[in-house]
Design a protein around this ligand. Structure first.
Ligand code: IPM
Ligand code: MG
Length: 360
């Protein structure tokens, strides 16, 4: 199979971790007879430095012309980087929001899974970690507070800022359908997370989720308030299968879920539209504090490449091979610095990439 992939290495640790994922993909290509053709594009701070904007229209067109996008990370230190002196719509994050919107990537899948081998890196109590967990956070990605109108102005001498949280029923329905579809392939449970005791948008969310649930009689579903969900994630994460939620709640809960897997460097993600097209990226940020030091954990990016094989290219066997290789390397005791613990072997970012590649 010939796979055309737009590669956006981005800023910070992005280039280091994406390079490892490309190595692993190339090993898959050799073993299973596929060709991966990469087209490198700029987004984020590196695009600002070259073009003055975080994402050009041409880069969007090029991304669309490929089958999928493999992304590293964008952005820098928000207090020291000159990128954050620019108006908000010219900053690195604006590029990420633009590409999500332009490509219609409304469904963000973030699998949080506790590897047996990483129980020591899990910050939860031993009796909780021992039960393990395996959940899929389904985050709505192109609506809500991130895309509502906003402004900051002085009203009667008082500085006032407004952000708007809007969802229409169609936006809720399409992500709910994706959530229930995914649940059907997993343990058939959906926890829909909202703040329906306060927000109108959440009350509509709940109503639409209930309608969609009627079409999936085999799936058990429940509603959970977002504050309770944040608590349940550290109290009893094993209870969750699919966690279905809106954009900002999903942003926050997925960072929390990643931390209990041992490190944010372990959390892969896929952002999908109605077609097979997808954008695949680690859920963590650009980590400017460790950028360029060959310290970053490339596993989330490598697992994101596996998701790309599974969801865009339907190459399940190949995706399994990557996931298996990651498991094996962890079993053999290799760890990057974010997940290292007593009795394990510390390796650099590129060594971790090589170890996984060699086990394909
Ligand atoms: C994420 C990130 C982004 C988001 C930022 C960089 C805009 O935190 O993908 O979770 O909030 O969506
Ligand atoms: Mg986030």
């Amino acid at each position: 199979m010939n796979c055309n992939i737009a590669v956006i290495k981005g800023d910070g640790i992005g280039p280091e971790v994406v390079t490892q994922a490309m190595k692993v993909l190339d090993a898959i290509g050799v073993k299973y007879g596929h060709t991966f053709c990469y087209e490198q594009l700029l987004m984020g701070g590196c695009s600002i430095d070259v073009h003055g904007v975080p994402l050009t229209d041409e880069a969007v067109e090029r991304a669309k012309a490929n089958d999928a996008v493999l992304l590293g990370s964008i952005g820098g230190n928000t207090s020291t980087s000159p990128w954050y002196k620019l108006p908000p719509d010219k900053r690195p994050e604006a590029g990420l929001l633009k590409i999500r919107k332009e490509l219609g990537l409304f469904a963000n899948l973030r699998p949080a899974y506790l590897y047996e081998q990483l129980k020591a890196a899990c910050p939860l109590k031993e009796e909780i970690a021992d039960k393990g967990f395996d959940m899929m956070i389904m985050r709505e990605l192109t609506g809500g507070l991130y895309f509502g109108s906003r402004k900051t102005e002085e009203i009667d001498g008082v500085m006032t800022a407004v952000d708007t949280l809007t969802y229409n029923e169609n936006e809720i329905r399409r992500i709910a359908i994706k959530g229930f579809d995914i649940a059907m392939k997993r343990r058939k449970k959906v926890t829909s997370v909202d703040k329906a005791n306060v927000l109108d948008s959440s009350r509509l969310w709940r109503k639409i989720v209930e309608e969609v649930a009627k079409d999936y009689p085999e799936v058990t579903y429940e509603h959970m308030l977002v504050d309770n969900c944040a608590m349940q994630l550290v109290k009893d994460p094993a209870q969750f299968d699919v966690v279905l939620t809106e954009n900002m709640f999903g942003d926050i809960l997925s960072d929390e879920a990643s931390m209990i897997t041992g490190s944010i460097g372990m959390l892969a993600s896929a952002s999908l539209n109605e077609t097979k097209f997808g954008m695949y990226e680690p859920s963590g940020g650009s980590a400017p504090d460790i950028a360029g030091q060959n310290k970053a954990n490339p596993i989330a990016t490598i697992l994101s490449a596996a998701m790309m094989l599974r969801y865009t290219f339907d190459l399940d066997k190949e995706a399994d091979a990557i996931e298996q290789a990651v498991k094996q390397v962890l079993e053999e005791g290799y760890r990057t610095c974010d997940i290292v613990s007593e009795g394990t072997t510390l390796v650099a970012c590129d060594e971790m990439g090589d170890l996984i590649k060699e086990r394909i």
